[in-house]
Unconditional design. Structure first.
Length: 221
């Protein structure tokens, strides 16, 4: 396995909404970024925002070689409007031996193709955003992050039943099978929760557990 530096330069191919958001965030993190797109207007727009911006057709492996794509350890295929283009670009990156390839998929079948040709991380931004919004629509959760194994982290206000009590006395873990990981009191820094932590109605709490357990816990709020 290739040891990849946490600050390694990133190649981002495609400057649609997803690619632009990825490149912009990487730039804010002071990462070196090379963005690639076939649209000269988009490339010009990003020329002053990131380290390098190049107009080329990444469907050509020779074009990718010319811009030094094979020297990158991390690449993001943000092309989603054309499945054929996405697969061709990803296959080129696999052939060039890029150690870590991330690619956007617009459907499950698209994602399966990307996985089969060797993409290491397939992302479904529309599906993931929709699932997250569905959880937040209840109003009891302020943020929701789900992991592959059904483990979730949620930011929420504490239910009335645990306010004013320390976490051990309130029986959060035994009654609801969730764990309060941390507490954020207004005007105070985030603190990790302990059995003696007392939460109030003004606090925000970070809760972990399975999706179903956390959803039941949030429902009592």
């Amino acid at each position: 396995m290739v040891d990849i530096r946490s600050d390694a330069p990133v190649l981002v191919i495609g400057l649609g909404r997803f690619g632009a958001a990825t490149a912009g965030q990487l730039d804010r993190q002071d990462r070196e970024v090379l963005v690639v797109d076939t649209d000269a207007t988009l490339v010009q727009k990003w020329a002053d925002r990131v380290t390098h911006a190049v107009q080329t057709d990444a469907r050509s492996i020779e074009a990718l070689r010319q811009i030094g794509a094979d020297e990158f350890q991390i690449a993001v295929v943000a092309v989603g409007s054309s499945i054929e283009a996405s697969v061709l670009i990803a296959a080129n990156l696999v052939d060039l031996g890029v150690p870590q390839i991330w690619a956007k998929a617009i459907s499950f079948s698209h994602g399966k193709i990307l996985e089969r040709i060797g993409v290491h991380h397939v992302i479904y931004p529309e599906r993931e955003a929709g699932e997250r919004v569905a959880h937040l629509l209840s109003g009891s959760m302020l943020d929701f992050i789900q992991f592959d194994d059904d483990f979730v982290l949620v930011k929420m206000y504490p239910p009335r039943s645990i306010r004013g009590l320390d976490l051990e006395s309130s029986g959060v873990r035994s009654r609801y099978r969730v764990t309060v990981v941390g507490v954020k009191t207004p005007g105070q820094p985030f603190t990790y929760a302990t059995p003696s932590t007392v939460v109030s109605s003004h606090d925000l709490i970070i809760v972990s557990g399975t999706a179903s357990d956390v959803e039941r816990f949030a429902a009592i709020a």
